[in-house]
Design a protein around this ligand. Structure first.
Ligand SMILES: Cc1ncc(COP(=O)(O)O)c(C=O)c1O
Length: 381
C-alpha cells in the first residue's frame, strides 16, 4: 500500500479497502436536515427511510447519527438491510417495506422488526404465522400508487383477519405517487382515500396507534393532516428538489471524491479511453481518477460530466471505464497524483452536484446516489 503523504487532502486519505474513492457524508448537515423535517412536519414522529444503504449514503453511519439525535424509527426495504442495522447496534423500531417470505418471520421476530402488510394474500399468510412469531405490523393501504397494499375495495373482506392480528398492529400507512407534482389534486385524492380506509378500519374496532402516508414531498407540502408520523428519505439527504425543501433549509450531505492515480501532460492528438472518443485538441493535462462505472459512476456521463478541483470544474473526457475515468485540465493546473477531485459536489448550484448530474442523465437524484455501491468507502466528512 503506498504511504499516506501529508500533502494529501484530508478527505483523500486511503480508506480501509485500499482504494481512494469515498463518499464523504456530512453527518452534521444530516442532523440539521432531520431537525428541519421535524419543523416541517410540525412535530410528527420521523421515520427515516434508510433503505438501499441510506440511498447510497451508508446506512449504518446515517442511522447511528440519526438515532443519536432521536427519532421514531427507521424504514428499510429488505430483511438484510434491517439486520445490518441491528448488527450495528441500532435499537430503534425498524419497519421493513418489502414483501416478506414466511420462512423469514422467525428472524424478523427475533430482531424485533416491524413488517408491512403488502396484500390481502400476505395478510392471510401473516394471520397464521404472526401469533407464533410476533412482529409489529403496518397495514398498507393502496391509495393510488398501485403497487402494494390492500385496496379499499377489498378492505371489507380483510377485516376479520385484521381483527385477529390486532395485538400486533402498530398502524396503517399509504404512499404518495405524485406529492412533488405542483398540481395537488391526485395527492388530495390519495389522502381522502386514506382517510376513508382509516375510517373503515376504526369503525370495525381496529385501533391504529401510528398513521403515516407522507414521504418527504408529502411532508414538505403539508399533506399530513391526522397523521402521527412521516416517512422521510430524500429530504434527510438534502436532495429534494422542491422549493419547500430550499425554504426549509435542507442541503445535500454527500460528496464523492476520487483520488488521482495518474496526472500526465500530453500533446495534442492524444486519445483517451475505449473507442478513442476524446482526442486532445491541444497539449493538456490528463488526470486519471480511481472511479468507474463498477463503482456506480454512470458510464453515460462520459464526455458530459464535470469534476471539481480547488473551486473550478473540468470535463470528464473519453469513455468512463469500469474502474477509472479521465478528466482533462489545462496544462497550467497542477493536479498531482495523490490529490483528489470531486465527482459529486454538495453545492446544489455546481455542475457536478447530484441534482445537476441527475439532470444530465435524465434521471432523479435518488438514482445517482443509490447507484454508488459497496466499492465506495463511506466516510463522515
Ligand atoms: C413506502 C415508502 N415510503 C417513504 C419513502 C421515502 O420517500 P422519499 O425519499 O421521497 O422521502 C419511500 C421511498 O421510496 C417509500 O418507498
Amino acid at each position: 500500500m503506498p504511504p499516506v503523504s501529508d500533502t494529501m487532502a484530508p478527505s483523500a486519505r486511503l480508506p480501509q479497502n485500499g482504494r481512494a474513492l469515498s463518499a464523504n457524508v456530512d453527518l452534521g448537515r444530516l442532523v440539521r436536515n432531520l431537525n428541519a423535517m421535524r419543523q416541517a412536519s410540525k412535530g410528527l414522529g420521523i421515520l427515516a427511510v434508510v433503505k438501499a444503504n441510506a440511498y447510497g449514503h451508508g446506512a449504518v453511519q446515517v442511522a447511528r447519527a440519526l438515532e443519536a439525535s432521536g427519532l421514531a424509527g427507521f424504514c428499510v426495504a429488505t430483511l438484510p438491510e434491517a439486520l445490518e442495522l441491528r448488527q450495528a447496534g441500532i435499537s430503534s423500531p425498524i419497519l421493513v417495506f418489502g414483501s416478506f417470505r414466511p420462512e423469514s418471520l422467525p428472524v424478523a421476530a427475533a430482531h424485533g422488526l416491524d413488517l408491512t402488510v403488502v396484500s390481502a394474500e400476505h395478510l392471510l399468510e401473516l394471520s397464521e404465522l404472526v401469533p407464533r412469531h410476533p412482529v409489529g405490523l403496518h397495514l398498507k393501504l393502496d391509495t393510488g400508487m398501485g403497487r402494494s397494499g390492500l385496496l379499499l375495495s377489498e378492505l371489507g373482506t380483510c377485516l376479520d383477519a385484521i381483527r385477529r392480528l390486532q395485538p400486533w398492529i402498530r398502524g396503517a400507512m399509504g404512499h404518495f405517487a405524485a406529492a412533488e407534482d405542483p398540481d395537488p389534486r391526485f395527492s388530495r385524492l390519495q389522502r381522502s382515500r386514506f382517510l376513508d380506509g382509516l375510517a373503515q378500519l376504526r369503525d370495525a374496532g381496529i385501533s391504529l396507534p401510528q398513521v403515516h402516508h407522507a414521504n418527504s414531498a408529502g411532508c414538505l407540502r403539508g399533506f399530513t393532516e391526522g397523521d402521527t408520523h412521516v416517512r422521510c428519505g430524500i429530504a434527510l439527504y438534502g436532495l429534494s428538489e422542491l422549493e419547500e425543501a430550499r425554504q426549509a433549509g435542507l442541503s445535500p450531505i454527500l460528496e464523492l471524491r476520487a483520488e488521482v492515480f495518474r496526472s500526465q501532460l500530453v500533446p495534442a492528438g492524444t486519445t483517451v479511453g475505449y473507442g478513442c472518443t476524446y482526442v486532445a485538441p491541444q497539449p493538456v493535462r490528463l488526470v486519471t481518477l480511481d472511479c468507474g462505472y463498477a463503482d456506480g459512476y454512470p458510464r453515460a456521463l462520459a464526455n458530459r460530466a464535470q469534476a471539481g478541483y480547488q473551486g473550478a470544474t473540468y470535463p470528464v473526457v473519453g469513455q468512463v471505464s469500469m474502474d477509472s475515468l479521465t478528466v482533462v485540465v489545462p496544462e497550467s493546473v497542477d493536479v498531482r497524483t495523490g490529490k483528489s477531485m470531486v465527482l459529486l459536489s454538495r453545492e446544489p448550484a455546481d455542475p457536478h452536484s447530484v441534482a445537476n448530474t441527475a439532470r444530465l442523465l435524465g434521471t432523479i437524484p435518488y438514482e445517482v446516489t443509490c447507484s454508488l455501491n459497496r466499492r465506495v468507502t463511506r466516510d463522515p466528512a
